[in-house]
Ligand binder design. Sequence first.
Ligand code: ACM
Ligand code: ZN
Length: 716
Amino acid sequence: MKYQLLLPMLAFTASAWAQPRLANFTASPGEFQLSAATTITAVGELRPLADYLSPHLGCTSSENYSADGGVILEIDQKSDLPSEGYRLSVMPDHISITGRDYGGVFNGVQELFRRLPAEVYSMKGLSQTVTLPCGEVTDAPKFPYRGFMLDVCRTWSDKTRVKRYIDLLAYHNLNKLHLHLTDDEGWRIEIKSHPELTEIGGFRGGDSPIAAVYGKLNEKYGGYYTQEDMREIIAYAAARNIEIIPEIDLPGHSRAIGSVIREVRCPYVTDTVSTIGYDDRSAWCVAREENYVLLEEIMKEICALFPSKYVHVGGDEVRVGQWNRCLDCRALMQRKGIPDAHALQDVFQHRLNKILAANGKQPAVWNEAAERGSISKDNLVYGWHNLQACHNVIEKGYHTVMMTKEFFYIDMHQGKHEQGHDWAGIIDTKRVFEFNFAENGFSEEDVKKFVGFEAPFWSETYVSNNPEKDDYLDYMCFPRLCALARLGWNGDGEAWESYYKELREQHYDRLSAMQVHFRLFPPMVSYENELLTVTTDDNSDIYYLKDGREHRYTKPISTTEPHRYLFYTRYGSGISGEAADDSYYRRIYPAVTLTSSMEFTERFPTSNVEKYKGLTATTRGCRKGDWLLFTFDGGVSCREILVKTGYPQIIKCIFNSGYAEVSYDGTNFEKAGELTNGMITLYPEKKVRAIRVVSTSDGNGTSAVNIQPLKIKPRL
Ligand code: ACM
Ligand code: ZN
């Protein structure tokens, strides 16, 4: 059967050609029939692009321009198109995609994909003939840098996952993949002159000197890219118009290398253990000359391996107190008249930049490294910390990547009750999309200094039970990355409503064909006259959880117990955030006293927990038999109590194993269940007088136990 794109010419300009700016579109008479029988023609450097395109369409490709048309890919270096711009012409006898460079032709191919049925993204080839109306569109990105950062240190992402993500980025015309390759928790790129960096530093837990992620203390796990792997990734990305930007995070965030090559860090004896259970020192010693020899050895290999113009060398969150404590660093400051330890970071950076220059590279850094304006203007600055930090580096004249955390940190949660971090706020797709330079105080002149946008996914505190699975990463990345890509391509100022319509009506189908487990917006829930009504605006199917079982919602639910229903929706391979009547989340705050076999710090006293203000912290990690006792003043009647040790969202400073007991009379205790990840939910049927939590393990790998206020749901 023939597949017709059911789009009359008018709709064609409005939706099928929606991505480009419409001014660049011209329609012409006729149509082109595209099918798996069409031939793709490309020569020379465009051959990898033909190889990329063929399996998407199910077409064969040729190196001979034949008279019978087909899809013709061409680079025209004399073209008036800007870098990465394209001209896509659909004519009755052929389609031509032209760019001034490879990236331009690649972007034109993506334009063609968006005009085809979503099945093109499933890589099975076209199942039907598609009729494309004739016309021509030219377009080019507004910003040359449209990036995603993946933290492969904290949670390891292997080559397969990285390649999958490269494909997903490429479908969105994103053109940079910034790989965060080293950090406190791992060294993930082979350095042949120092194989120990990955052989030891590529793994966490077990006998590794690098602590495991919380709750995974006994397991050794991880991985790293060999240089051969990385060459494969770089080539795979290049064929998809994506440049890999490597990051070696220096001089802070360096516990991993410091655990493998101990001399790298300042030579003082630590008297503190960080809250994550290992040596507090995380920075390179600036005064140690051998460190620069080591950096030369490392950078020589990194610069030879990665074709990118920039090598990202970190510079974020350096805890300069370490340098103040180091006799060698202090002597250096005195000798050279360096006013303070912050200025010492600039000294380190100058040396590093020289090494990069000697290897033909320019440095990229986090905004802290450029804060004082002392490093040269050939540094590309990544403005992450906040808008003020971005203003600061722009004023100092640096070319900057906009990735301020309040809009672009996609490890943040997308709704109050959703997974992810909360320290930079709730960031959903709409928030990313609605970022606006002018509204955030940037002038047109300022905007010229921004090379583009990036969204990072930090993975240390993957707030998921299955951090290594793609589902969670997909949920966090899409469609937020789609919105970022659009900002980078068209610039800010587009209306959310029309973009959201495009997501719902076109792009969710594409994401589904890509098999991305993307996030949908949560449904709307209302409760009136004992009727729970749930609606969506995206044509998704509504489900709910009740008593732990999933049900399909088909009509309003008549109930006097709205607090028992939790709703969400599905569309294609997407799933929404949760939604419920407010009563589902309502809590009560009965008077409670906390006592323990452990002492509590003055900074985080038990009154935090007793007054439901925040967490308390013990002065040491727990031992077998340690206990916590919550005693209710007069008892509490409720339907649910969540008892949680650890940080609000991170599995950290917990009772690594243990159990909870409940007392209904204040004297006798009954076992209520085992802790999972330091927590347990209790469903008491009677009035509770006290809850006792008992540790069954010696130590939790950290220097404290954190206890959070109980979360108690009323009976209603
Ligand atoms: C950062 O989030 N430390 C760049
Ligand atoms: Zn030092």
